[in-house]
Design a protein around this ligand. Structure first.
Ligand code: SF4
Length: 283
């Protein structure tokens, strides 16, 4: 949950998630729709699908217990080098490198790395340095300290070099200019048109394709001549999406569409922009 998302946002989701799926087996046994419903609002839904697949794989291949070998951890869906090492370091106190946002900033400044840290060569350099620095014993304390150093002292803006405990090792000449990153892709505007059909206390929804696969949204419509009854905007990767909703006639649903009683909408997974829109229009 913490990948790409701040801890303050994650905490209520995390607590609800553990109440709903208290064990790996209970997560493995649930449906994808339930998983997406519990995740809705957090975004980056591939993480939820991977977690679900991961739980199933652990039950099928590892008897329902998380393996304690970093190589096996890395073979699980959704677990890459960072997550595998983080589990092995923090849960098992193994001596392994970790590179995440805070440690990447600290390392890039300590060693004055000028390559963009999101480039292949920059990333490789950071992992090499982290592997060189991590001690054989108390790796957990070391990695915690690196993260705390980045979060509290070697901050993105105004690093507090005067009180930094590793100042005498630091090679950064201009800390505030580090780390460097590749230029971001330009934001591309996108307009999406959807229809609102209501009949006998039910609303027509369609199953989402790629972006929110497995969730339900207002059906797409061709460009109508009327004015939209609702407009909202939301970011998606490098897009700025304008979602316009038009009144639409009730028609026979297509194979990927279904009528849902309005009172049951809170039971199904709906992506946040569409849920906000439905809440506003059905109020
Ligand atoms: S001396 Fe400054 S730039 Fe270097 S690690 Fe400490 S806080 Fe970061």
């Amino acid at each position: 949950m913490l990948q790409q998302t701040q801890a303050a946002t994650v905490v209520p989701y995390y607590n609800r998630w553990l109440r709903r799926f208290p064990t790996i087996r209970s997560l493995a046994a649930t449906t994808e729709s339930d998983v997406l419903h519990a995740w809705q609002g957090l975004g980056y839904y591939a993480r939820a699908r991977n977690l679900h697949r991961c739980a199933k794989t652990i039950v099928e291949n590892f008897g329902g217990r998380l393996p304690n070998d970093p190589g096996k951890l890395k073979s699980l869906p959704g677990i890459g080098l960072y997550t595998a090492n983080a589990i092995a370091v923090f849960a098992l106190d193994k001596s392994l490198p970790i590179v995440e946002a805070n440690t990447a900033r600290v390392l890039s400044r300590l060693f004055n790395i000028r390559a963009p840290i999101d480039s292949t060569s920059g990333r490789r350099k950071l992992w090499e340095l982290s592997a060189k620095l991590v001690p054989q014993k108390s790796a957990r304390d070391f990695q915690n300290a690196m993260m705390d150093l980045g979060a509290l002292i070697c901050t993105a803006r105004n690093p507090r070099c005067q009180i930094c405990p590793v100042k005498k090792f630091c090679r950064a000449r201009d800390p505030a200019s580090l780390p460097r990153k590749k230029r971001r892709a330009a934001i591309v505007p996108l307009t999406e048109l959807h229809g609102l059909s209501i009949m006998a206390g039910a609303v027509l929804l369609e199953r989402c394709g790629q972006r929110w696969r497995g969730m339900w949204m207002l059906p797409k419509v061709p460009a109508p001549r009327s004015a939209p009854i609702h407009t909202t905007r939301f970011p998606f990767t490098h897009h700025r999406v304008t979602l316009q909703v038009f009144r639409s006639k009730a028609a026979r649903p297509a194979s990927h569409q279904r009528w849902f009683p309005i009172r049951r909408l809170n039971k199904i997974p709906i992506p946040s922009p569409h849920r906000r829109t439905l809440t506003a229009l059905l109020a």
